[in-house]
Design a protein around this ligand. Structure first.
Ligand code: ASP
Length: 582
């Protein structure tokens, strides 16, 4: 037997017992007559003591050869420590070693394997298996396990069945590029890795599975933005005979269950907001509602004077930043530079200081009087001591810019607290989205999303106005889930493909299997998918999803540990019919 106990287990009650432990040497201190070793495993750290008087000489000598990360096994007696360490669960005891076996040696690790490490990102990724020995990484993986287990428990209790769907499929356009896999046996043909199991889960509904879920890998060959992974995990779900209301209630239940079981937090009923309202109030379809600073639209009270910048703008909009009247002129200038950065892209910023005595001082005093400024304060909800920041321009752009400023100010003011959870549903998304580049409409969610029945007529006249039965679950300013009620009849699906620019032939070639299935009694259905990596990171109160993935890829999509992607040899290329002989 390698061990009788783990290294996180022994307490004062165990004093006097003879135990066998195994693990890694985290640290050893040789004081000549005594050697202390911190022995680590997944469960914790136990201190070992080799004492010249009480440990056999041969064992003491062996202990002197131990290096960091050696794998050892010891047998000894649990004794009470003279100087206890209350920071460690095992800090009251130590093991007086009688026998030491070196199970395996280790070369010197490239970084210290402790909570605080000297290893940089790239180095830790290259030796990820060593990084995983560290508490912060190990704990995150265990946290992820907990979220996944609670998800399975909840959905299973609600009658959902976990069904696996294939990874080698046919390409399904969902807005991103597919990763493709050449088929050796079918020359010149390729599989695609799923961007999501979307069509399969719908076919499972046609198959009568009724309630499906799967914790599943998805693959998207996108240009990598910060903290995106080319392969990521979804909690993918679908239900038959449901309306939007049923889906929202079921998955609000799941989210509430997770918050309770994982974080010990009880949340009230989730607010719901239409896409239009979210854009108007927060300039964002995934608003962070942990704090206020809601947008005030000022067209009616800002376009009546001679200030051309506002008069020529489609939208004048502002936020009241709490207690920011204390900003010096220099700090405000810096803020103006911040909104003018290309990443934000504003042309400038107008501001109003709200003085404690109820007067106002603005950067546009030449044009506006105290009465005007008081109106702006009312509309943005500004109080004495606040600073009103106003941006103007094209509606969509200016909303995005002010949203960026709102988030930045919230960060600076410490309003984005990681232990506060503010979920909400955003509903009534537009069905279609205009793409300037290709000069046509794309499905905002995906082509299988059903338009709101009352809006179908608009498809021909004003496609951009058609709303979908689509919804996102937003948590602390992140979209953690999204889904829709699906089209379940062939005619509407054909109409949709037509509006997305597919010829009937192309639609048949790509989605014939789905359209055919719809002819065999497809039930009304809908679903949702959660991004598990992001969800876990937010519940874990952290920013980066990479910290919750055992073996993540870096920002260039590389696995630096196994060095992938990599070239393959000529033989392999030939076998796959990918070798072009010149
Ligand atoms: N398949 C969709 C996605 O990956 C989610 C859904 O509509 O259920 O975003």
């Amino acid at each position: 037997m390698y061990r009788t106990h783990s290294n996180g287990e022994l307490r004062i009650e165990n004093v006097g017992q003879t135990v066998t432990l195994a693990g890694w040497v985290q640290k050893s201190r040789d004081k000549g007559f005594m050697i202390w070793v911190d022995l680590r495993d997944r469960y914790g750290i136990t201190q070992l003591i080799f004492d010249e008087e009480r440990t056999p000489k041969e064992m003491v000598n062996r202990a002197k050869t131990l290096g960091r990360e050696f794998v050892i096994q010891v047998k000894g007696e649990v004794i009470e420590r003279v100087s206890k360490n209350s920071n460690m669960p095992t800090g009251d005891v130590e093991i007086l070693v009688k026998e030491l076996t070196i199970l395996n040696k280790s070369i010197v690790p490239p970084f210290t394997i402790e909570d605080q490490t000297d290893g940089g990102d790239e180095l830790r990724m290259k030796y990820r298996y060593l990084d995983i020995r560290r508490n912060p990484v190990k704990n995150n993986l265990m946290f992820r396990h907990k979220v996944a287990m609670e998800t399975r428990k909840y959905l299973s209790d609600e009658g959902f069945i976990e069904v696996e769907t294939p990874y080698l499929i046919k390409s399904t356009p969902e807005g991103a590029r597919d990763f493709v896999v050449p088929s050796r046996m079918n020359e010149g043909q390729f599989y695609a890795l799923p961007q999501s199991p979307q069509t399969f889960k719908q076919l499972l509904m046609v198959g009568g599975m009724d309630k499906y879920f799967q914790i599943v890998k998805c693959f998207r060959d996108e240009d990598l933005r910060a903290d995106r992974q080319p392969e990521f995990t979804q909690i993918d779900c679908e239900m038959a005979f449901v309306e939007q209301e049923d889906i929202l209630n079921t998955f609000e239940g799941l989210t509430r269950h997770l918050l309770k079981e994982v974080n010990g937090v009880e949340v009230d009923k989730f607010p719901r907001m239409s896409f239009d309202e979210a854009m108007r109030r927060y300039g964002n379809d995934k608003p962070d509602i942990r704090f206020g600073m809601e947008f005030g639209e000022l067209n009616e009270v800002a376009k009546h004077k001679d200030f051309g910048v506002f008069n020529n703008a489609e939208l004048v909009v502002g936020i009241a930043v709490p207690e920011a009247n204390s900003y010096t002129r220099k700090e405000i200038d810096k803020l103006i530079d911040w909104v003018k950065r290309p990443q934000v892209g504003a042309l400038g910023m107008v501001y109003v200081r709200c003085n404690e005595d109820g007067t106002y001082k603005s950067s546009v005093d030449k044009f506006y009087d105290q009465n005007d400024l008081a109106n702006w304060a009312t509309i943005t909800g500004a109080k004495p001591g606040d600073l009103i920041c106003l941006l103007s321009g094209e509606t969509d752009k200016v909303r995005a810019q002010l949203s960026a400023l709102r988030m930045e100010m919230a960060t600076r003011l410490g309003l984005r607290k990681s232990n506060v959870f503010a979920p909400l549903w955003v509903v009534d998304f537009p069905l279609l989205e205009w793409d300037e580049e290709t000069k046509r409409y794309h499905a905002m969610h995906h082509p299988f999303t059903s338009p709101k029945p009352q809006d179908i007529a608009l498809l021909d006249t004003d496609p951009g106005k058609v709303r979908a039965n689509a919804y996102d679950l937003v948590l602390n300013g992140n979209e953690i889930g999204g889904g829709s009620i699906r089209i379940h009849d062939k005619a509407t699906q054909a109409l949709m493909f037509n509006h997305l620019g597919f010829t009937p032939e192309k639609a048949k070639e790509q989605f014939g299997f789905l359209m055919n299935a719809f002819e065999f009694g497809a039930p009304p259905h809908g679903g949702i998918a959660f991004g598990l990596d992001r969800l876990v990171a937010i519940l874990g109160g952290q920013e980066t999803i990479r910290d919750f993935i055992a073996f993540p890829k870096n920002n260039s999509g590389r696995d630096v540990m196994i060095d992938a992607p990599s070239a393959i040899d000529d033989e392999q290329l030939k076998e796959l019919n990918l070798k072009i002989d010149l």
